[in-house]
Design a protein around this ligand. Structure first.
Ligand SMILES: [Zn+2]
Length: 434
């Protein structure tokens, strides 16, 4: 182990000052930063960075610049709230030499809660023993608290890094991170490597993310009074044909696609690396109406290995085939439209030095064996790898019920995350006087 003595000191400091981390996390949880309303939480981070002697760069994304990027789409929070009052926060810790630069980046947005399902307060952190409850404790204010604690402890111990560090708190990861991590890259914060503390559960680390597309299929019919059904054409009957074809496509894709990193930790995931789901069906609005139009809304997800164009083309071809042989559908072909979230899949080679270093430290810190995994859901690391060829990994706590009721994380897992990030930063950026 490189720098073992220094790492001992740092990890002891991280442990002994853990209450600072927990209280900073509590301050963030108390702000109801449901996606689109990130500002109150960003203010907490700004205060924290300033208390560490840093000068945070606080700025709102320029949507016209974002539009020029190949990954751009209008996120829902952008459509509803714009970007003007939604800042990203980046603090730079300047290195003393010209070692590699590293970004540590977490997202401030959280998904909404169904308050009635919660036994704990979602926006007022509660502690029970070692467990911290609240929306965002796991995904991913906990990760922000952990990485900030790691760097604060390095600074308290006067550890001087060779390379620069960018400490980020970003927007709207839960809807694709366009105004968040992607905006920081476009703005100019382009490091040599990046760590995002998504809750992958140290010592297990992230190496991939999934592609995702939302789509809408409109099937036309002809509405009529149910008592004179011969005058109509039931769009729901036609839509069921289309639906069957989609089920078949999903089955064929599940059979064909095998992405082992997606089920490395969860054997039940095997065979489900790709998924095509219709989540909403709208037909007529009255029981006595033969539906004249049906709209089916769905999501298609897939692991690395296929490009978005191929996946979308296969869906298009399936709809065309479903219409064949049906006179009505041939004359009124179902319309397919992609909308909203667009995430492209990515994979990072686990042999990248950053990932190897992170794993070595994660295993040293926890005393357990870790694996690289991922590829069943989308996340922000893709922006680094896919569009800027910057190696990135997820180093984060083990969290429970993220996006669900009573989301929680343990202090112990946050400390393991903080220690792993501190040690990886030391190795990756290099230290002065070594
Ligand atoms: Zn997250």
């Amino acid at each position: 182990m490189r720098h073992e003595k220094l790492k001992q000191q740092v990890t002891e400091r991280i442990e002994s000052q853990s209450e600072e981390m927990v209280s900073f996390l509590g301050d963030m949880i108390d702000k109801e930063t449901v996606i689109g309303n990130e500002r109150p939480g960003q203010e907490v981070v700004v205060d924290k960075f300033e208390s560490m002697g840093l000068e945070p760069d606080v700025w709102s994304p320029d949507v016209e610049k974002l539009r020029e990027h190949e990954a751009f789409f209008e996120t829902q929070p952008y459509q509803e709230a714009g970007y003007d009052d939604r800042p990203n926060v980046v603090a730079t810790v300047e290195g003393a030499g010209d070692g590699p630069t590293l970004t540590l980046s977490g997202h401030m947005d959280v998904v909404p809660v169904t308050e009635s399902e919660w036994e704990h307060e979602p926006f007022e952190m509660e502690r029970e023993g070692d467990t911290l409850y609240g929306r965002g404790t796991g995904d991913m204010k906990g990760g922000i608290a952990a990485y900030v604690h790691a760097i604060e402890c390095l600074r308290d111990l006067d550890v001087e890094l060779e390379g620069d560090l960018y400490l980020q708190s970003t927007l709207e990861e839960e809807d694709g991170g366009i105004g968040g991590v992607l905006a920081t890259l476009i703005y100019g914060y382009q490091p040599d490597g990046a760590i995002i503390p998504e809750p992958f559960g140290v010592p297990n680390l992230g190496m991939a993310s999934a592609g995702v597309r939302y789509f809408r299929i409109t099937v036309e019919g002809k509405s009529a009074h149910v008592g004179r059904g011969y005058l109509g054409e039931n769009a729901l009957d036609k839509a069921m044909k289309v639906y069957e074809a989609l089920r078949e496509l999903d089955a064929v894709r599940k059979e064909r696609i095998d992405y082992e990193p997606a089920y490395r930790l969860e054997p039940r995931m095997r065979g489900h690396e790709t998924n095509l789901n219709i989540g909403m069906i709208q037909a007529a609005n009255w029981p006595a109406i033969i539906p004249g139009e049906v709209i089916m809304t769905g999501r298609l997800g897939w692991p690395p290995g296929e490009e978005p164009e191929e996946v979308m083309a296969e869906l298009t071809a399936t709809l065309e085939a479903a219409a064949e042989g049906d006179e009505w559908l041939e004359e009124h072909p179902p319309e397919l439209e992609f909308f909203g979230l667009q995430a492209d899949p990515h994979e990072v080679d686990p042999n990248e030095p950053l990932l190897q270093t992170a794993m070595e430290n994660a295993e040293w810190v926890t005393g357990r064996e870790g694996v690289f995994y991922g590829g069943s859901a989308g996340n922000d690391t893709r922006h680094y790898k896919r569009y800027y060829d910057i190696p990135a990994t997820s180093v984060g706590p083990e969290a429970t019920d993220i996006h669900g009721a009573d989301e929680n994380v343990t202090v112990d897992s946050l400390l393991e995350t903080a220690k792993t990030i501190a040690c990886t930063t030391i190795d990756y950026c290099g230290v002065v006087d070594d």
